[in-house]
Design a binder for this molecule. Structure first.
Ligand SMILES: [Zn+2]
Length: 186
């Protein structure tokens, strides 16, 4: 009976943790603490989307490619800047870095030397990708803003080690990088 009761409590606890946005399929962690699972889902509000993005950026060793409608979260901006300063190759393409909501964080990053681009080719440049080390895709409705973490209903999926999806996302990113304009921070 005690065993059954424990099992029920454990199941209920796990289910409630899931409701609060805990990632699925826990299978260990990478050296930097970021999830090393092949796929994980996060949900806003307050379900870890922002921290999941930051974990992936913090774990980057060679490259970070960001495509986003907005980048207004100071914490994500700081993580990108730290990665850039430790030698990671960074490129950030935003919908309207120069004039839009992202201007403040984008200007800070651009003035620090981080390559920031603005893609004004479309009605809205709403594609959202964070690509890390040619191994990780973080994508979903989640914008790189604090409002998206704290207030909105959003989702974020982090895929690791899916070569076919990675190649498609890398191609998509480069296509838009090619016609984006460099933003100098002014
Ligand atoms: Zn484009």
């Amino acid at each position: 009976m005690a065993t059954l009761l424990f099992a029920v409590i454990a199941f209920t606890g796990g289910y409630l943790a899931g409701l609060h946005g805990a990632p699925t399929q826990a299978q260990g962690a990478s050296p930097n603490g970021a999830a090393a699972r092949p796929a994980a889902c996060y949900f806003s509000p307050n379900g870890g989307c922002r921290d999941a993005v930051i974990d992936q950026i913090n774990g980057a060793q060679t490259s970070i490619e960001v495509q986003a409608y907005t980048l207004t979260s100071p914490a994500i901006g700081d993580a990108i800047l730290r990665a850039y300063r430790r030698g990671v190759q960074v490129a950030v393409v935003l919908d309207a870095a120069k004039t839009g909501e992202s201007r403040e964080v984008a200007a800070q990053l651009a003035q620090a030397g981080v390559p920031i681009y603005t893609d004004m080719t479309h009605g809205v440049a709403d594609s959202r990708l964070v690509l890390v080390d040619n191994q990780v895709i973080a994508t979903g409705s989640f914008n790189l803003s604090d409002a998206a973490e704290q207030d909105n209903c959003e989702n974020l999926i982090v895929l690791r080690g899916n070569a076919q999806a990675q190649a498609a996302c890398e191609n998509h990113f480069r296509l838009h990088l090619q016609h984006a304009q460099k933003f100098d921070g002014n």
